[in-house]
Design a protein around this ligand. Structure first.
Ligand code: GUN
Ligand code: ZN
Length: 443
């Protein structure tokens, strides 16, 4: 066992109400193996009490530092690391001119491996310990990312991008022998599930890019796999951009809405994570709630691509799950601090939907415990828990240095309440705040 002494930030259990942060100025976090040999939190609380219960455990002291749960990125594209900051008039030209050409390079295993190594290192450098990630339509890109995440003991979920139409020939799923591209993509998905899902800390996500780039046959096949493999994840995009919505409605006129298209093909259920979810009506919100699907809110991406503003009031009024995501490369930063600040701006916007002033505890929760709940990784079903430091959670955490920059040091020294401290970190923070990222390792 190991113990870490520092200021501690974590979240009350979901049963005690959403988004309530707990904070211990002089705390002790005790980590040790569970029955399966995974390193999990054994105890957390005031140093004065917890240290008496674990007198033999060696203590590492981090004076002036804050230990907090590792962040969870609910939606990111590892093949888009070189696309960050590519301007376009909107989503569809951005995809065509920058994103698809960049993704083409991932047919080469060497390029995939090198990008995967960089990507995982960059997540960890920014304090992100769990990610739900797009790869490309090349199986090599999926294998490369899983292999790298496995080597770093990281909890990572990814999958082969399904796109069998409306994309350049070089990027649509390729057929082999007598199999069409559509059939091959579904077969590849199943083999990748069997090879990787549940291995160490890895999980598979069935990944139709978005409805417009899949045929009915591909979406139907994806839905069948989602039914057959009930504990794999599903990820896609929805209702991000007005032109995208018009296009999706033309292609699937029988569905009640763009979102309902996914439901019509069996792609909405728990563990289904839809990026953006901006242009929704209340029937869409109710469909999210009733199916147990969750939104990956991607504020830096939505601001960069001019897509619109996620409606927090609508989501909470109807009551469906959500969490935060960088959506790199539409998104502009790997840093959870930048994403939380952008989420504050998006929530605040009050011209296109009700404007809310989200609390810093709530923003932080959306990127940790809330995101874990959206993924079904909060331990509520007896499975693993991440995104929190309650006893039993996997011990993925960050060590933050609130003195990382002169302005942070000056501002955080003035904080007299937890919300003041957290807001200073969110507004002024970036990768410099993250002194260490610690990953739970099986022993
Ligand atoms: N919709 C379909 N593909 C993409 C993508 O790569 N990024 C974003 N932001 N939206 C998408
Ligand atoms: Zn995306």
């Amino acid at each position: 066992m190991n113990a870490y002494r520092a200021s501690l930030l974590w979240f009350a259990p979901r049963s005690e109400g959403v988004a309530r942060a707990l904070y211990e100025q002089d705390g002790l976090l005790v980590v040790g193996p569970d029955a399966q040999g995974r390193q999990v939190v054994q105890a957390i609380g005031a140093y004065s009490t917890v240290s008496r219960q674990y007198p033999q455990v060696p203590v590492q002291h981090f004076p002036g530092r804050i230990i907090a749960p590792g962040f969870i990125d609910l939606h990111i594209h590892y093949p888009q690391i070189d696309v960050i900051g590519s301007p376009a008039s909107g989503l569809l030209p951005w995809l065509e001119n920058y994103t698809f050409p960049a993704e083409n390079r991932f047919s080469a295993p060497d390029h995939s491996a090198q990008a995967a190594t960089f990507f995982i290192a960059e997540l960890l450098r920014n304090g992100v310990t769990t990610a739900l990630t797009f790869a490309t339509s090349h199986p090599e890109s999926v294998n490369a990312l899983f292999a790298q995440a496995q080597a770093r003991h990281m909890r990572l979920i990814t999958g082969l991008v399904l796109m069998d139409r409306h994309a350049p020939d070089y990027l649509v799923n390729q057929g082999q022998g007598s199999l069409s591209g559509t059939e091959q993509s579904l077969r590849d998905t199943e083999s990748l599930i069997q090879r990787w899902h549940g291995v160490d800390r890895l999980g598979y996500a069935i990944t139709p890019r978005f409805a417009p780039t899949s045929t009915d046959a591909q979406l139907r096949g994806a839905g069948e796999l989602a039914k057959q493999y009930g504990d794999v994840w599903i990820q896609s995009h929805v209702a991000e951009n007005k032109d995208e919505i018009t296009w999706a409605r033309e292609l699937f006129p029988a569905s009640r809405s763009y979102l309902a298209t996914y439901d019509d093909f069996g792609l909405m259920r728990e563990r289904a994570i839809y990026a953006h979810c901006i242009h929704f009506d209340d029937d869409d919100r109710a469909l999210m709630r009733d199916t147990g699907a969750a939104a990956a809110i991607s504020p830096t991406s939505n601001l960069f691509l001019g897509s619109g503003f996620f409606d927090y009031e609508g989501a909470d009024r109807v009551g469906y799950q959500y969490g935060l995501a960088s959506d790199v490369g539409g998104g502009t930063s790997f840093s959870p601090f930048h994403t939380m600040l952008a989420a504050y701006y998006v929530g605040r916007e009050g011209q296109t939907k009700p404007g809310l002033s989200l609390t810093p505890q709530h923003l932080w929760w959306q990127h940790t415990a809330g995101a874990a709940g959206a993924l079904g990784l909060d331990g509520s079903n007896g499975g693993p828990a991440v995104g929190n430091l309650l006893p039993g959670c996997e011990a993925d955490f960050v060590v933050l240095n609130p003195q990382a920059t002169p302005l942070l040091a000056r501002k955080t020294a003035l904080a007299s309440k937890l919300d003041e401290l957290l807001f200073s970190l969110i507004v002024l923070g970036d990768d410099r705040l993250v002194e260490q990222t610690v990953i739970s390792q099986a022993i």
